[in-house]
Design a protein around this ligand. Structure first.
Ligand code: PHE
Length: 345
């Protein structure tokens, strides 16, 4: 019995199995208990000796059982300590924790990043200007005087006039073109900049927002021609939309600050909305050769320097690129829309 018990105790891998062995021996109907109970039936002359032997056996078994309990408890404690160990040398947990949602890049920011990269590859750097502009920067210097009809097209937000002087009221810039003026006033040619930024017009529907974004481009150098303008914009549009043979059309137009002026259309299929397919044209941006009077307004001699400029809506090109039907969700912070359109950081 002692050998059997030793084997059973060795086999008991945890305290539960150990307890079953113990009860099997020492419990009410345990095997050792039964032997001890059986002493009564043993003839009197053998009882003493057998009783002593059973007691030795009981002591020995109890010692084995206790020893095994000690070993199992020590192992259980070891396992718990290992499982609960706090390793203070581990790096911090990621925040937000694994499985939680990380932020994404807003589609407007993503397009601006793409614009900066694509025009950067053509040698453009980035210029910026203020949202609140003087009348002169937003209109006057761009050859849009006080009573010019182009002013009506802009649905301008006017701000209160600054105290003193007979200054014109400042405006929320209606386009990024005032940064053309700021750049030419501040910098000697040659100039090659793009200007992404917020713009403002009092207009609101599915395709217009009172605050929206434009990107302006300006190149001033010696001997710049319409050919440079066309090459620059065709390359950009094909790269941005990822369509190597995207049809691009230049259509004569009018802006007060460029001469000649051209609107730029890209080929698409109006019915399916697919770019580069079908036979329809979609207007996408305004451009032209910088008007000599605008150069002169900025102190640049138009006999020595020529240039071109262009401007386009960032929401508009983003919507076209990603097939977005509505402009308003850009500013609504609806997590479902952001999840769908946001780029990985
Ligand atoms: N500023 C013009 C607009 O907002 C776009 C433009 C920029 C046109 C530069 C020509 C040259 O409509």
């Amino acid at each position: 019995l002692e050998a059997e018990t030793a084997a059973a105790l060795d086999a008991a891998g945890d305290l539960r199995a150990w307890d079953a062995v113990r009860i099997g021996l020492l419990g009410k109907s345990g095997r050792l208990t039964a032997l001890l109970k059986g002493l009564g039936q043993v003839p009197a002359e053998q009882r003493r000796e057998r009783g002593a032997a059973l007691n030795r056996l009981k002591t020995a078994l109890e010692a084995r059982i206790e020893a095994r309990r000690g070993a199992l408890e020590a192992a259980a404690l070891e396992a718990r300590l290992a499982a609960e160990r706090l390793d203070v040398t581990l790096p911090p947990r990621p925040h937000p924790p694994a499985g939680a949602e990380a932020g994404g890049i807003h589609p407007i920011s993503r397009t601006i990043e793409e614009l900066v990269a694509l025009f950067g590859a053509q040698g453009f750097s980035v210029a910026e200007g203020p949202d609140i502009e003087s009348d002169w920067h937003n209109f006057g210097a761009l050859n849009i005087p006080e009573h010019h009809p182009a002013r009506q097209d802009h649905d301008t937000f006017y701000l209160p006039a600054l105290p003193g002087a007979n200054a014109r009221r400042p405006v929320l810039r209606t386009h990024t073109s005032p940064v053309q003026i700021r750049t030419m006033v501040a910098q000697e040619p040659p100039i090659r900049v793009i200007v992404p930024g917020r713009t403002w017009r009092a207009d609101h529907d599915a395709t217009h927002s009172p605050m929206f974004h434009q990107v302006e481009g300006l190149v001033i150098d010696r001997g710049i021609t319409l050919g440079h303008l066309k090459g620059c914009l065709i390359d950009f549009l094909r790269a941005f939309f990822g369509i190597a043979d995207l049809p691009v059309r230049f259509r004569a137009s009018y802006f007060p600050f460029t001469e000649p002026s051209m609107e730029v259309d890209i080929g698409w299929d109006r019915k399916s909305g697919e770019l580069g397919k079908g036979t329809d044209w979609l207007e996408i941006l305004g451009s032209g050769m910088v008007h000599p009077r605008v150069l002169a307004n900025c102190g640049i001699d138009p006999r020595e320097w020529q240039g071109f400029a262009f401007g386009m809506g960032i929401e508009r090109i983003t919507m076209l690129k990603h097939g977005m039907p509505d402009l308003r969700p850009f500013y609504e912070s609806d997590v479902r829309w952001l999840r769908h359109y946001a780029a990985d950081p």
